[in-house]
Structures are given as structure tokens and as C-alpha cells.
Design a protein around this ligand. Structure first.
Ligand SMILES: [Zn+2]
Length: 64
């Protein structure tokens, strides 16, 4: 797993760092680096990030 800071915040604790799987043995789950709460799948993450980037110029969401 690699620890990265994303433009997302954990729905449980609000942390913005997440562990991403780096190979198939680690699965596809993105987890909060602080409380380990499940966030999303890596496939969904790309969609989530692109959606955030689209909406940011209009109105930044308070909670992801
Ligand atoms: Zn968390």
C-alpha cells in the first residue's frame, strides 16, 4: 500500500490521507490512513476525483 493525500476527506474522521493498493494482491480498496475506514474502490476513485475537479470551480463540497 502507498499512503497518499487526496482531494477527498474520510467520511468518518475527515482525514485526507489514504492508503492505495499498489498491486492486485492488495485488492482494490482505498482506505483511510488514519482510521482505516473503507473509502472506495480504486476504479471509483478516479471517477470521484474527476467529479470533484469538475465541481470545484463551481462549489467545493463541504464533505466528500
Ligand atoms: Zn478516517
Amino acid at each position: 500500500m502507498i499512503r497518499v493525500t487526496l482531494d477527498l476527506s474520510c467520511s468518518i474522521c475527515g482525514h485526507e490521507q489514504f492508503y492505495l493498493p499498489i498491486n492486485s494482491q492488495e485488492g482494490t480498496n482505498v482506505r483511510c490512513a488514519n482510521c482505516s475506514a473503507f473509502k472506495c474502490k480504486t476504479l471509483d476513485l478516479e471517477k470521484a476525483l474527476s467529479a470533484i475537479q469538475r465541481t470545484r470551480s463551481i462549489d467545493r463540497p463541504v464533505a466528500a
